[in-house]
Write a protein that binds this ligand. Structure first.
Ligand code: ATP
Ligand code: MG
Length: 394
């Protein structure tokens, strides 16, 4: 036996000739989330319908669909042929799942997309409200603020559903190409990954690990964060780069005030090299304008100037409160605030340079003896950990 879900599309429904490509990507992503269970997805005008094995629980389906970008709402739905007796029978069988004879209020909401259907939307509503009343005599109609609602849509078939849940909107992961996101153990970068993925980017992640400056707990934390955001990213790969030799070089060869800048430059340059190797078209960071010393306009200009790669900063205009509230929503906040320092917090001088001169700092970077060799060494000294798109084992 199969169960059926109705999926309402968000921004995809505004697309023109390329809408089919987005729908195809969305269908692929949904199926990957539910693998190895068998599922099938079909689309009709702004809607998609998912058929999936009955054994897949509603909570797994809810996790799969609420973390899939491109979906605005979804609902467990029930369908039958476009025949009045069949529709009556379907409604009688599903009303007890949500309605009760307890004096509460209800509304029937009908949409007739197929104009050849013999009853208008309001005639369908009156007919089905009669059925609801006959089954639950104490129910009252409330069209504005009902306790329960039954939605009926007449399309290629007749569909009925009760409550719908909201999803993550945005565009399906993979529809905008691929990027590499710099993931630290902090609050911001997992949110940046979420935001970038919401615009259809397929992401790989990179973490610069500098043992023993940063302990194993910091790495565990980043692994946990990668696992937590992986459903939104529709699966990902985390590259853990051994950054100890680079940090030692910076520690030994740069002035106290320039350390953070040199570290940021090294990260962006190594990330660019890794991105090229992994065919990623952009870098993503969790930087937000003026949040910390390394995120002033001049500091961001300097890091940007150190790479040829497009650097996306989805959090650039967000304040910390808004970032925290998104981190809570996606479930990363509690992990992000665990008290393990990442390499940046250990590399924070008391008086960092906040208004760097782009050319002077660039020269300072390349003056560090063997820095380009250290970049290449960092790229080759990295370990890749894969995270599956499937939510089935959870
Ligand atoms: P976050 O909360 O994401 O750690 P932050 O406010 O602490 O950010 P920084 O430490 O300056 O700011 O880092 C800015 C960005 O640089 C991060 O959002 C992340 O994209 C990247 N970054 C910082 N440290 C690392 C690291 N160890 N590995 C990978 N990326 C990093
Ligand atoms: Mg940080």
């Amino acid at each position: 036996m199969k169960k059926e879900y109705l999926i309402k599309l968000g921004e995809i429904s505004l697309k023109g000739l390329n809408r089919k490509d987005f729908e195809r990507q969305l269908a692929t992503n949904i199926k990957a989330k539910l693998s190895p269970a068998h599922s099938a997805v079909r689309s009709t005008k702004g809607r998609m319908y998912l058929d999936v094995d009955e054994q897949v629980s509603d909570s797994v389906l809810s996790k799969a669909l609420s973390t899939t970008f491109g979906i605005s709402f979804f609902a467990r739905c029930y369908s039958c042929g476009k025949d009045l007796d069949q529709i009556d029978g379907l409604v009688k069988s599903i009303l007890p799942l949500g309605f009760a004879d307890d004096g509460s209020s209800f509304k029937i909401d009908a949409r007739r997309e197929d104009k050849s259907f013999p009853l208008t939307s309001s005639q369908i509503e009156v007919r089905l409200a009669g059925i609801a009343h006959s089954m639950f005599p104490s129910l009252k109609v409330d069209l504005r603020n009902p306790d329960h609602a039954l939605h009926v849509e007449i399309r290629d078939k007749a569909y009925a559903y009760m409550s719908q849940a909201s999803s993550s909107s945005g565009l399906p992961v993979g529809s905008s190409g691929k990027a590499l996101c710099l993931l630290s153990g902090g609050i911001d970068s997992p949110v940046a990954a979420y935001m970038a993925a919401s615009r259809g980017l397929h992401l790989e992640l990179v973490y610069f690990h500098a043992y023993p400056y940063t302990g194993e707990e910091a790495l565990d934390k980043v692994r946990t964060l990668a696992k937590l955001i992986s459903p939104y990213l529709n699966g990902t790969v985390l590259h853990v780069v051994n950054f100890t030799p680079m940090e030692k070089l910076i520690e030994a060869s740069s002035s106290e005030r320039e350390k953070t800048l040199m570290l940021r430059a090294a990260m962006i340059r190594v990330a660019e090299k890794l991105a090229k190797k992994r065919r990623c078209g952009a870098l993503v960071t969790g930087e937000s304008l003026a949040q910390v010393a390394s995120q002033t306009l001049e500091a961001l200009d300097f890091t940007t100037s150190m790479t040829d790669c497009l650097v996306l900063r989805p959090l650039i205009g967000m304040d910390k409160e808004a970032i925290i509230s998104l981190a809570r929503k996606i479930g990363t906040y509690e992990t992000s605030i665990l008290p393990y320092s990442d390499c940046c917090s250990l590399f924070s001088p008391a008086h960092p340079m906040t208004r760097p001169n782009r050319n002077r700092e660039r020269e300072a970077y390349f003056r560090m003896d063997g820095v380009e060799k250290a970049e290449d060494q960092a790229v080759s000294d990295s370990e890749a950990i894969a995270y599956d798109a499937s939510v089935m084992e959870q």
